[in-house]
Design a protein around this ligand. Structure first.
Ligand SMILES: *Cc1c(COP(=O)(O)O)cnc(C)c1O
Length: 466
């Protein structure tokens, strides 16, 4: 039985599907596996050449344990990844000596969030099929999660979804992926505030017990364990394609909420030889500073060309903290309560050393991001999006102990999702793939609300008929 415990140590252990449906733990912590599942070297080697969905089913089954029958899980993975427009699902391309892009943007909403969300929609449907309950998913988005979640959950039975986005701070394409869904189980909210405000409203909703049970609340933000589990998969497929487990591979992951970077840590815990994970931030550099200075302290959010990373509270960082303080729930609860109150905590020396054994941080400013989009175009004749550019810039700065180690930059969005920034940096307009269809002309549907938890809760209650 694979069970999940809270990083804050005060919630009872639960099974995989329960943890997925819950999202956040009732003690305010994040669910993590009670024991990390592992693969042997031979099992990892056998992933070479397997279809993506097969590797996904193998990785997910380690986390799901007996909660889902292997045949059903494989079907879910087959279906989820058939929505991607590339045969390899997440193909690699080479952009320099030992430097690769892992293209995670071939899903329906053109960003890596689809990789996990397409699976999550099917996991929810499976878990709720035999139950007489309708869950309400509430989801704060810095731009891409909302679209991916709406696309994955719209029209599904036994679930409704409310997506909160910061008004005026996401691109038009990002907004339209959410607001053009006409399904009755979808609501979109334009919140007059920042992404952190949206995220705080969601946290307030979760910590209100009567609200939570009243609307049967669930969360699919990057704190949801299934997101991490599904994202660990492409670290395996990429590393194996480049010679793992026979040789170690390094990754550079554009980072906001630290979910994608933590998925790399999860893959490493499971036995994948990852030499290093570089967490690349834009000028919202809380994570990069944490690794460099040993202090996790939030600043003011600044708006950048890579808005999905305009975040000063990297929720999944708590999971790494928990691991590096030897899974002390009480210590983790104390630290993140202090962080919520004061906005800054100092990392214990032992925890910092353990973090630095895998992670380093790099922050990339706006000018360097734009220069990188242009230089990659000049060198490879391909356009990259601004989030990917942050990753490429950080990767080019990196000096790995062994320079022959392949370095893989996670390419987290299609350039057509951020056309203004890409055009400004490169003079070229990225072309959206045909799969994104008539997005630009479909009517939009959303409501505007102030950044106030009570107002949002009242709105959600009314929608849920609670
Ligand atoms: C969400 C997102 C990120 C950041 O991912 P985290 O898991 O929050 O660190 C990076 N790039 C793009 C395009 C995104 O949508």
């Amino acid at each position: 039985m694979t069970r999940y415990i809270s990083t804050r140590g005060a919630a009872p252990p639960i099974g995989f599907l329960e943890a997925v449906l819950a999202g956040l733990a009732p003690d305010g912590g994040l669910y993590s596996p009670e024991v990390w599942p592992t693969f042997t070297t031979e099992e990892i080697a056998a992933f070479a050449g397997q279809p993506y969905a097969q590797v996904a089913a193998a990785v997910l089954s380690k986390f799901a344990g007996s909660d889902i029958e292997p045949r059903v899980l494989r079907e879910m993975c087959d279906e989820a990844y058939s929505t991607f427009s590339h045969k390899a699902v997440t193909p690699l391309s080479q952009i320099g000596d030992n430097l690769f892009l892992l293209e995670l943007f071939h899903g329906p909403t053109l960003a890596f969030k689809d990789v996990a969300m397409q699976l999550l929609g099917r996991l929810y449907e499976h878990a709720l099929k035999s139950k007489q309950r309708t869950l309400t998913i509430i989801c704060a988005t810095s731009g891409d999660t909302g679209g991916a979640a709406v696309e994955a959950f719209r029209g599904r039975a036994n679930v409704r979804i409310v997506a909160l986005f910061p008004e005026g701070r996401i691109s038009e394409v990002q907004r339209r992926f959410m607001t053009t869904a006409s399904d009755a189980n979808v609501r979109c909210l334009s919140i007059q505030g920042s992404f952190d405000d949206c995220q705080n409203i969601v946290k307030a909703a979760f910590s209100d017990e009567s609200f939570r049970t009243g609307v049967d609340l669930s969360g699919v933000n990057s704190i949801n364990w299934a997101r991490i589990a599904a994202q660990a998969v492409y670290y395996f497929t990429a590393a194996v394609a480049l010679g793992a487990p026979g040789r170690p591979v390094a990754f550079c992951t554009p980072t906001g909420n630290f979910g994608d970077a933590f998925a790399g840590f999860a893959a490493k815990q499971m036995g994948l030889p990852i030499a290093r994970i570089i967490a690349a931030t834009n000028s919202n550099d809380i994570v990069a500073r944490a690794f460099e200075e040993g202090r996790y302290s939030r600043g003011a959010v600044t708006h950048t060309q890579s808005p999905a990373m305009d975040i000063q509270i990297a929720s999944n960082f708590e999971r790494l903290y928990f691991e590096t303080v030897r899974r002390e729930g009480v210590e983790t609860a104390r630290t993140f309560a202090a962080f919520a109150e004061t906005g800054a905590v100092t990392l214990p020396p032992g925890a910092l050393a353990a973090m630095r054994a895998t992670f380093s941080g790099a922050s990339v400013d706006e000018a360097e991001t734009a220069r990188t989009i242009l230089s990659v175009l000049n060198e490879t004749r391909s356009l990259i999006d601004p989030h990917t550019a942050v990753g490429v810039a950080a990767a080019r700065r990196a000096s790995l102990p062994d320079p022959t180690t392949p370095l893989v930059v996670l390419s987290t969005a299609h350039p057509a999702k951020f056309p203004e920034a890409v055009l400004a940096a490169s003079g070229r307009s990225p072309v959206a793939p045909a799969s994104s269809g008539d997005l630009a002309v479909k009517p939009e549907r959303f409501d505007r609300l102030p950044a106030d938890a009570e107002t949002v809760k009242a709105y959600v209650r009314a929608f849920a008929g609670a």
